[in-house]
Write a protein that binds this ligand. Structure first.
Ligand SMILES: [Zn+2]
Length: 315
C-alpha cells in the first residue's frame, strides 16, 4: 500500500493528514501557523507537520498542499493575503526537501474538488461556493477542476453591483462584499454608526473585529430586523451569482459550504434557489441539484489528496 500526505495551510493553523491510496485518513497532525512570524517560520511549521506524518513510513508517494491564495502552477504560491507567501517557491522547496512530487492548489477550489469526488453520484459539471469570512469557489467542468491558466475560480469576486460595496480585494460590488462575513460585518458596523438598533452588536468581538456565523443565526431566529435584512441580502446576491453560473456554464450541481451557509442554510438555500430561478434563462433552470458540503473542515485536504494522487498516478 502506498501513502500520500495532504496539508491545508490556513491563516491560523496548518492541518495535515496521511492518506492511504484509497483516500482513507490514517493519521493527522495540526499546528499553529504563526503567520505573523514570517515566511521562514511558517515554512518550518509546514515541514514539522510533514515530518511528523512521514515518520517511519517509506512508501509515501507525494505531498499535496493547499493555501488560501492564488497558485498559478505547482511551483509557487503567488499571492496569499493571510499567510506570508508572496511569489514563494513552496512547491519547489518541498519537492527538493522530500524528493517526491508536490502538488499546490487553492484551498477552496480543492475543497470543492474533494466534495465533488465524494458526492453521491458521478456529476459532470459542478460549481462550489463556500461562504465564510470571504466567499471562495471552485469549478468542476467536464469532470475536471477548472482553473484556466492556474488562478481561475475566484468566484466570490464576481462583480454584481456596479460601484457597489467595497470588497477585501480592493474592488467594489463583488459577491463577497455582500455575502461574506467580513462584508456583513462592515455593513453591520455602518448600521451601528447610523444609530440603527440590532441584537447583533451584542455579539461583536470586544474590538469589533469579528462576529460568528452562529451569532447571525441566533439573531435571525430571534427576528432581529437587521439580521433578517443582511442575511436576505446575502442570499439574494448568492442567488444572482448562481443565475449567472447557470447561464454561463449550465452545471448540474451547486455545492455550498462555509460557516455562514452551515449556520443558515435552512433559510438561505430556498431564497438562493428562488432568486436563481427568477434570474436564470428559464430553459436552463431545470434539472439542477443544490447540496450542502458533506466533508466539513476536511474537504480541502481530501481534495488535495486526490490532486496529488492523480498527479502521481497519471489518473
Ligand atoms: Zn472582491
Amino acid at each position: 500500500m502506498s501513502y500520500y500526505v495532504a496539508l491545508d495551510v490556513g491563516g491560523s493553523k496548518v492541518l495535515g493528514a496521511l492518506f492511504d491510496a484509497k483516500g482513507k485518513i490514517i493519521a493527522t497532525k495540526k499546528v499553529k501557523t504563526f503567520a505573523a512570524r514570517g515566511t521562514d517560520f511558517v515554512y518550518q511549521q509546514i515541514k514539522l507537520v510533514i515530518d511528523t506524518l512521514l515518520e517511519g513510513r517509506k512508501k509515501v508517494k507525494g505531498i499535496g498542499v493547499i493555501v488560501p491564495g492564488i497558485v498559478l502552477n505547482h511551483d509557487y504560491v503567488e499571492f496569499c493575503p493571510n499567510v506570508p507567501f508572496d511569489h514563494f517557491p513552496l512547491g519547489m522547496l518541498l519537492r527538493e526537501e522530500y524528493a517526491m512530487p508536490v502538488a499546490l492548489g487553492n484551498d477552496v477550489s480543492l475543497a470543492v474538488y474533494g466534495e465533488w469526488k465524494s458526492y453521491d453520484r458521478p456529476v459532470d459539471h459542478a460549481v462550489g461556493l463556500f461562504v465564510g469570512t470571504g466567499v471562495g469557489g471552485g469549478l468542476i467542468l467536464d469532470r475536471k477542476l477548472y482553473t484556466g491558466q492556474g488562478g481561475g475560480g475566484e468566484l466570490g469576486h464576481m462583480v454584481l453591483v456596479a460601484h457597489g460595496a467595497g470588497c477585501g480585494c480592493g474592488n467594489e460590488g463583488c459577491l463577497e462584499a455582500y455575502a461574506g462575513k467580513a462584508g456583513l460585518l462592515r455593513r453591520l458596523k455602518a448600521a451601528q454608526t447610523r444609530g440603527r438598533e440590532s441584537l447583533l452588536y451584542d455579539y461583536l468581538k470586544s474590538d469589533g473585529s469579528m462576529i460568528t456565523s452562529e451569532a447571525f443565526r441566533t439573531c435571525y431566529e430571534a427576528g432581529d430586523e437587521l439580521a433578517l435584512e443582511l442575511i436576505d441580502q446575502a442570499s439574494y446576491y448568492l442567488g444572482l451569482a448562481v443565475a449567472n453560473f447557470i447561464n454561463m456554464l449550465h452545471p448540474e450541481l451547486f455545492i455550498f459550504g462555509g460557516g455562514i451557509m452551515e449556520s443558515l442554510h435552512p433559510v438561505m438555500l430556498p431564497r438562493i434557489k428562488q432568486v436563481a430561478k427568477n434570474n436564470a434563462m428559464p430553459a436552463l433552470g431545470t434539472n439542477l441539484e443544490f447540496s450542502m458540503s458533506r466533508l466539513g473542515d476536511n474537504a480541502g485536504i481530501v481534495g488535495s489528496f486526490y490532486q496529488i494522487y492523480e498527479m502521481v498516478n497519471h489518473a
